[in-house]
Ligand binder design. Structure first.
Ligand SMILES: Cc1ncc(COP(=O)(O)O)c(C=O)c1O
Length: 372
């Protein structure tokens, strides 16, 4: 079976360095907010190109605390997309704010910038662009729109570690940005983890308090807070993985090129097409079939050939039972609703071999040569 993703392969390919890092932490005896977390925060901030990074418990908490840190709360609206992990929308509600949903661009699957104006109201406080699948959003237009209307930009970088928009990394464009280090991500740990990046020193100080009961340096809570900390074991793992992120992203891009080479002549398929002047880091390689039925048959066929695929995501947030009929904007998301039945994520992780990639591509070619 060729898996769609493999955190185990990532562990095995870094095993000696990871085992050494884990043992170093175990023997040091400090497991929460110690030297490893501080070092990782510094290295990650440098990598993203910002002065500050704060390690937190996971990507959902990174979004939640980033918004809390900016003072977003009840009565505020936050504009985002429905074609995303449910966490993006859930984090807005964790702050007591209202998510307002907009449609996506049909080619890039990221926020349709043209929809922002009609979603804006007097209560809008922020935009959360999601760099889905590793494809950066139109950050220049989004930040221009936000500046014009006095809105914050909180980038959801859970799938875009290392992606570049006009030469600058995602995570360095907004007022702040949230990262997830869930094990399958481009930068993934061996459990849950997340981080928030920012250029703003006062937000940085607030975030450090928010992640730990609102504590100041003397362990006194001047404000209320939460408990959401990146632990030392995960920070040590992330330091090893961060050192290989560029190499791993380059491998993902190479795999994407191979898929493109094999699949670009199939008329019933739309392949990912990176936006000009961006570096797409292919957290997922998502192809789109001309019809829903074709997508379902393709997935079934590939599964029979021992090739695992997935759908990111099978149901837009606004149609899921927990959210249905209650989020503003939900009634006009035609592109979101159309793509969801047609997309499929192919196997994509750096440890895939060239032979495996070719096997996947050839199986897809075989499927379409029979079905057409
Ligand atoms: C786009 C997006 N946002 C947020 C999250 C939430 O991250 P976590 O699972 O670490 O809470 C994820 C992870 O699945 C994601 O893909």
């Amino acid at each position: 079976m060729i898996p769609q993703t493999s955190p185990l392969a990532s562990y095995l390919s870094n095993r000696p360095a990871l085992d050494e890092a884990l043992h170093r932490v175990l023997s040091a005896g400090r497991y929460i907010l110690g030297e490893e977390t501080t070092a990782f925060e510094r290295e990650f901030a440098d990598y993203v190109g910002v002065p500050y990074a704060v390690g937190v418990g996971n990507g959902t908490e990174a979004l939640h605390l980033a918004m809390r840190g900016l003072g977003i709360g009840p009565g505020d609206e936050v504009i985002t997309v429905s074609h995303t992990a449910v966490a993006t929308v859930a984090a807005v509600e964790m702050c007591g704010a209202t998510p307002v949903l907009v449609d996506i661009h049909p080619e890039f699957y990221t926020v349709d910038v043209a929809s922002l104006e009609k979603a804006r109201s007097d209560r809008s406080k922020a935009i959360v662009p999601v760099h889905l699948y590793g494809q950066p959003c139109e950050l220049e237009e989004i930040t221009r729109f936000a500046r014009k209307h006095g809105l914050y930009v909180i980038e959801d970088c859970a799938q875009s570690h290392g992606a570049l928009y006009r030469g600058r990394r995602t995570g360095s464009w907004g007022h702040t940005a949230a990262f997830s280090f869930y094990p399958t991500k481009n930068l993934g740990c061996l459990g849950d983890g997340g981080a928030i990046t920012t250029h703003d020193s006062s937000l940085y100080e607030k975030l450090k308090a928010l992640r730990q009961y609102g504590w100041n340096e003397s362990r006194i809570s001047r404000s209320t807070g939460w408990n959401s900390r990146l632990d030392e074991l995960q920070a040590a793992v992330l330091r090893v993985k961060l050192a290989r992120l560029e190499e791993n992203n380059a491998r993902r891009i190479q795999i994407a090129r191979t898929y493109h080479h094999f699949l670009s002549r199939i008329p019933d398929l739309t392949l990912p097409s990176p936006m000009a002047r961006t570096t797409h880091v292919y957290h997922q390689y998502v192809i789109r079939c001309a019809k829903d039925s074709l997508r379902n048959r393709l997935m079934h066929f590939l599964s029979e050939q021992g090739i695992q695929t997935a759908v990111h995501y099978p149901m837009p947030v606004h149609l899921q039972p927990a959210y249905v009929h209650r989020l503003p904007g939900s009634d006009s998301l035609p592109v979101t609703e159309e793509v969801v039945g047609r997309i499929v994520s192919l196997p994509m992780f750096p440890e895939l071999t060239d032979e495996e990639v070719a096997r996947v591509a050839k199986a897809i070619e075989a499927f379409f040569s029979r079905s057409v």
